[in-house]
Design a protein around this ligand. Structure first.
Ligand SMILES: [Zn+2]
Length: 318
């Protein structure tokens, strides 16, 4: 576990890719942990946990007050989802870079739960308000670490739950969650020559194929429990039992713990279906059953659709 180098990466807006950041300070995870240990920081306390916030080398030019508010708000969205902040101690290294937005972020677990995130020195309130990256990273921190082959489970989980949590907390309009799903999920479908999800390195399959898996889990748990349980119940138990990404689990362990929490076999069955064989999803039919469409680019909900109730329960609307 000490030698683990599993990194969960999100590419923020305005960056062409990781290659634009070559040999930057703190690229090495050990440098991140050292900075969190050695540089001056501030502790943000929650009833169930704490965030140790460090501005790398002082992060000159950065709006510290806006960053503190953004960190609190992101933590609030995740806390409302779980009912608690999902890691007892979470290190957050903020690295200043030129620009107006939130950039590249990576989350590690092998030396304690920690994220490094790049923030533009010209980033203002609007940039932090529309940011999704930090909540995405906090969902990575909440899940136990998994072997590399299961990266799609981790990226899919954070991709699906980040907007769900922000909608539930009132930080994102509900239509935006579905607008993203309608656009993103088709990109995650397997190509003609693709196999199972385990081991895939394709960006869209990792993020959006994985997100489709977790949406299907939501629906399957809801169906098996007649609307009594959802993915959130499974996530809460998995987080409570693992304590987050400083612990290594297997995907099978994760599925079993989630299934036990909601009294179903939905996670294990869907995992087997997606992991090893080419699994396709009829997304147009799925969205129609959920009662989501986008005529003229504007999201419309059909409250009489067969799965409209699940769709409402996903975001905490009964
Ligand atoms: Zn990610």
């Amino acid at each position: 576990m000490l030698n683990r180098r599993t990194a969960i990466i999100a590419l923020g807006f305005g960056l062409a890719g990781a290659s634009t950041l070559t040999a930057a300070p703190y690229d090495e995870p050990d440098e991140l942990y050292a900075a969190l240990r050695e540089q001056p920081g501030e502790r943000i306390l929650f009833p169930d946990g704490a965030i140790d916030l460090v501005f790398a080398d002082g992060a000159r030019g950065i709006d510290r007050a806006a960053i503190r508010a953004w960190v609190r708000e992101s933590a609030d969205a995740v806390t409302r989802y779980f009912g608690w902040f999902p890691v007892a101690q979470y290190g957050l290294l903020v690295i200043a870079q030129p620009g107006e937005g939130v950039g590249h972020a990576t989350t590690f677990g092998y030396g304690g739960s920690a994220t490094r995130i790049h923030v533009g020195t010209a980033a203002g309130a609007a940039a932090f308000e529309r940011d999704w990256v930090l909540v995405h990273e906090m969902f990575h921190a909440a899940l136990p670490d998994l072997p590399r082959r299961a990266l799609w489970l981790q990226e899919g989980n954070a991709t699906w739950l980040e907007p769900v949590a922000r909608v539930r907390a009132g930080y994102l309009p509900e239509a935006e969650l579905w607008r993203q799903a309608l656009i993103g999920m088709p990109r995650g479908e397997p190509g003609a020559r693709d196999g199972g999800m385990d081991g895939t390195r394709d960006h869209d399959r990792l993020y959006w194929g994985g997100a489709t898996f977790w949406l299907l889990v939501e629906i399957a748990i809801d169906a098996a429990s007649h609307g009594k349980h959802g993915l959130r119940d499974a996530m809460r138990t998995v987080n409570r039992q693992s304590g987050g990404n400083a612990t290594d689990w297997t995907p099978e362990q994760l599925m079993a713990a989630g299934d036990a929490a909601v009294g179903s076999e939905a996670l294990s069955k869907l995992y087997r279906h997606f992991a090893s064989g080419r699994a396709t999803t009829d997304l147009p039919a799925l969205f129609a059953r959920l009662g989501v469409s986008a005529p003229g680019g504007r999201i419309r909900f059909d409250e009489n659709a067969p799965l409209a109730g699940v769709r409402r329960r996903i975001v905490g609307r009964a």
